[in-house]
Design a protein around this ligand. Structure first.
Ligand code: NAD
Ligand code: UDP
Length: 312
């Protein structure tokens, strides 16, 4: 049956892939975005589909529509973008969650929150399991995002308990792929763009900090599966690729896969930059029957091919 689905942040990197996938699955999609970090160009190819609708709207303002499901992705995800206007980032997470949960309550829609591994902060347990409460500096540079997303989780859980809203909380770990913005500032896009331009590759700190990188197709599959789970399963559930790499290893991989002449240079490590991060995906395997299929080399090759088409 064709469902009517609202995707907030739908013109962003992940949102645009989600809109595409939902349309391909035969649904009607309403994409809502204020174009802060997303772009119309990410979804312009979908406009010819009569079941796709694009609306400029800021989630900090109420929005009314009748839909069956809501995917709440609206929020800048890259540290440089979410730190550009920290108050706005908190508002987007918190007021955005309140507005979308209020809508879900009123129209009895199911709602999924794009939460983040940042709720674990600079984690002291490794790999991270969903029952870990995290290690977040509430006053630091990352707090506007981390605490905003933590407050959003609290709102989701309480709308579920108090108002029986059907919620799904997904903790997304570093995800990459085509349609990341070239100036997005996140590590995969930065390194690929620098390598393709034969510019210095900027490793922050000594590059020994780790991340686990998930390809967008795997992530979107996990998201769709989570939304399809029964009403008794709310999450939170980690979705990410558990294969962990140091940032220096990533830099070397990107240089070798692009055949670049770039040199690695070391820059100061931003404050509160998590030292290590790796998802424990036992719960996702159990509840969603999900695990990632695309490994880093393969995903990087696809992403490099995409950036070659837009970088000169
Ligand atoms: P992105 O920046 O490409 O997408 C975010 C989208 O939200 C953009 O289109 C932006 O314009 C829109 N947006 C921002 N503020 C808004 C507002 N106030 N009103 C309406 N739209 C607004 O980032 P992404 O990587 O696609 O991330 C999507 C979601 O997934 C975010 O909520 C992010 O926190 C979460 N997430 C992503 C990752 C990742 O590695 N990609 C990891 C953890 C969590
Ligand atoms: N990083 C880096 N060089 C860059 C961009 C990022 O060394 O040009 C590092 C950053 O300090 C962090 C990791 O790469 O340790 C991942 O950064 P990103 O901004 O992609 O996401 P995060 O997981 O930190 O939110």
């Amino acid at each position: 049956m064709r469902k009517k689905i609202l995707v907030t942040g739908g013109a962003g990197f992940l949102g645009s892939h989600l809109c595409e996938r939902l349309l391909n699955d035969g649904n009607e999609v309403i994409c809502l975005d204020n174009y802060f970090t997303g772009e119309k160009s990410n979804v312009v190819h979908l406009l010819k589909n009569p079941y796709f609708e694009l609306i400029r709207h800021d989630v900090t303002m109420p929005f009314f529509i009748e839909v069956d499901e809501i995917y709440n992705l609206a929020c800048p995800a890259s540290p440089i973008h979410y730190q550009y206007n920290p108050i706005k980032t908190v508002k987007t997470s918190v007021m955005g969650a309140i507005n979308m949960l209020g809508l879900a309550k009123r129209i009895k829609a199911k709602i999924l929150q794009a939460s983040t591994s940042e709720v674990y902060g600079d984690p002291q347990i490794h790999p991270q399991t969903e029952d870990y409460w995290g290690h977040v500096n509430p006053l630091g540079e990352r707090a506007c995002y981390d605490e905003g997303k933590r407050a959003a989780e609290t709102l989701f859980v309480n709308y579920h308990k108090q108002n029986k809203v059907r919620i799904k909380i997904m903790r997304i770990f570093n995800t990459y792929g085509p349609r990341m913005h070239p100036n997005d500032g996140r590590v995969v896009s930065n390194f690929i763009v620098q390598a393709l331009r034969n510019e210095d590759i900027t490793v922050y700190g000594d590059g020994s900090q780790t991340r686990s990188f998930c390809y967008h197709t795997d992530l979107i599959e996990g998201m769709i599966r989570l939304m399809a789970t029964g009403d008794d399963f709310t999450g939170p559930v980690n979705v990410g690729n558990p294969n962990e790499f140091t940032i220096l290893e990533l830099a070397e991989k990107v240089i070798s896969l692009t055949g670049s002449k770039s040199k690695i240079v070391f820059k100061p490590l931003p404050s509160d930059d998590p030292i290590q991060r790796q998802p424990d995906i036992t719960l996702a395997k159990q509840k969603l029957g999900w695990e990632p299929k695309v490994q880093l080399d393969e995903g990087l090759k696809e992403t490099i091919a995409y950036f070659k088409t837009i970088i000169r």
